[in-house]
Design a protein around this ligand. Structure first.
Ligand SMILES: [Zn+2]
Length: 284
């Protein structure tokens, strides 16, 4: 057989450092070519190569070599080498940034915007049409608000910093004030009493009873007018805000009286002026 592979002949030249370097350089420049050539050779001579590998003397040599390497091997060395190699490869790869769930969700939302909007619409419709669920949610919210008054205050302050919200609140507040005039009156009086560091307060009910007692007329001129709260002994002169120190006056009488001390001009049960009690001392 002419194609049979034989062992290489004895080397006729001595391998020098320079020769080795030249070989290395050639291989570097012609790597692809060399690999292609080697592959072609292996493909063309596969049968012969197989026969060569199966020769008893070649097999014997392979066994010897493998024994030699096994003797040289340090336990654990192979594993260490593999580990190092893997670490080296990992270092070569570009580093992936750490996982950021917020950014991930954001990206997901942007990519699926329409789908999410569609789903949330359906979910909202389901919620809106279920009175039981709505009531549950409202109760939960109320509970939350009750438990976190400071948080609620902060939230309110934040929302009130927006001009449009403030404008809306202002309209609502005015509406409420118009519908609850008596309560506003009591509120204003509480504040005024606080300002004068005077004592006492009266309730809406007490004020209504007082107005009814005066037959919804001014306590001085007896005309049927819009009634205002007047302190018989003014707060500025040490009067209190108990109902016993209050009389209903029309606006003009109230302005005229200013901070003088004047008693109601009607006959009837007398008020115990200045007495520090919230129990109304009149009958009706
Ligand atoms: Zn009057």
């Amino acid at each position: 057989m002419t194609n049979e592979i034989v062992n290489p002949p004895e080397r006729i030249y001595k391998t020098t450092e320079k020769h080795r370097a030249d070989q290395k350089e050639w291989y570097r420049l012609h790597r692809e070519e060399a690999l292609a050539w080697s592959k072609r050779f292996r493909d063309e001579h596969s049968e012969e190569l197989k026969a060569y590998r199966n020769r008893p003397e070649v097999k014997e040599k392979k066994r010897e070599n493998s024994k030699r390497y096994a003797a040289k091997r340090v336990p654990g060395e192979q594993a260490r080498y593999a580990r190092e190699w893997r670490a080296k490869q990992a270092a070569k790869r570009p580093k992936r940034p750490p996982f950021d769930p917020v950014a991930y969700r954001k990206k997901y939302y942007q990519e699926h915007r329409e789908k999410i909007a569609e789903y949330s619409k359906i979910a909202y419709q389901k919620f809106i049409n279920d009175p039981e669920r709505r009531a549950r949610k409202a109760a939960k919210l109320r509970e939350k608000r009750r438990n976190n008054p400071e948080y609620q205050r902060a939230l309110r302050a934040k929302s009130m910093s927006k001009p449009e919200v403030r404008a809306r609140a202002y309209v609502l507040q005015n509406k409420w004030k118009k519908e609850h005039k008596d309560m506003v009156l009591a509120q204003v009086n509480r504040r005024r009493t606080r300002e004068y560091t005077a004592s006492g307060s009266f309730t809406v009910l007490e004020w209504k009873a007082l107005c009814a007692f005066f037959k919804h007329r001014c306590a001085m001129c007896r005309r049927k007018r819009k009634l205002t709260v007047d302190h018989i002994i003014p707060l500025s002169k040490g009067g209190s805000s108990f109902i016993s120190n209050i009389q209903p006056l029309c606006q003009s009488c109230n302005s005229m009286k200013h901070n003088k001390i004047m008693l109601p001009t009607i006959t009837g049960p007398l008020f115990h002026i200045g007495e520090q009690t919230s129990v109304p001392l009149f009958t009706f």
